[in-house]
Design a protein around this ligand. Sequence first.
Ligand code: FES
Length: 140
Amino acid sequence: MADQERLSEGLTEINEGLSETSEGTAEASTRLICAGGELLEGGDGVRFEIELDGEAAPAFAIRHGGRVYGYLNRCAHIAMELDWKLGKFFDADAEYLICSTHGAVYAPESGACRGGPCRGAALVGLNMFEADGKVYMRRG
Ligand code: FES
């Protein structure tokens, strides 16, 4: 829980820092992640990195319910990457995101823990959107 709070605070600081340097332009405050077609419903995620506390941190994007979501690739149980094989985040039914280490499951649309050792904690969500067939992360 403390780690999640620290991560959230770190992301907020990053977003605030980026907002200050982006001079308010929409282009500067967004980052292209991938083509929308790379994210299939319940399919493989796209891995990418964000800067967190001055260091690169793994993140990923997935599609669920027709929408794109992004999260820090860090389990709320222990700070491990979730994917059981690179880009494989969904369980067998593509219903939940599942951590490969101890099996914590998370709601794809919110990152909230739905079972396993995450015990009410959640993934750290990123602000994603899709426009003109491309997936972006909003930084601020
Ligand atoms: S590290 Fe993810 S469930 Fe334990």
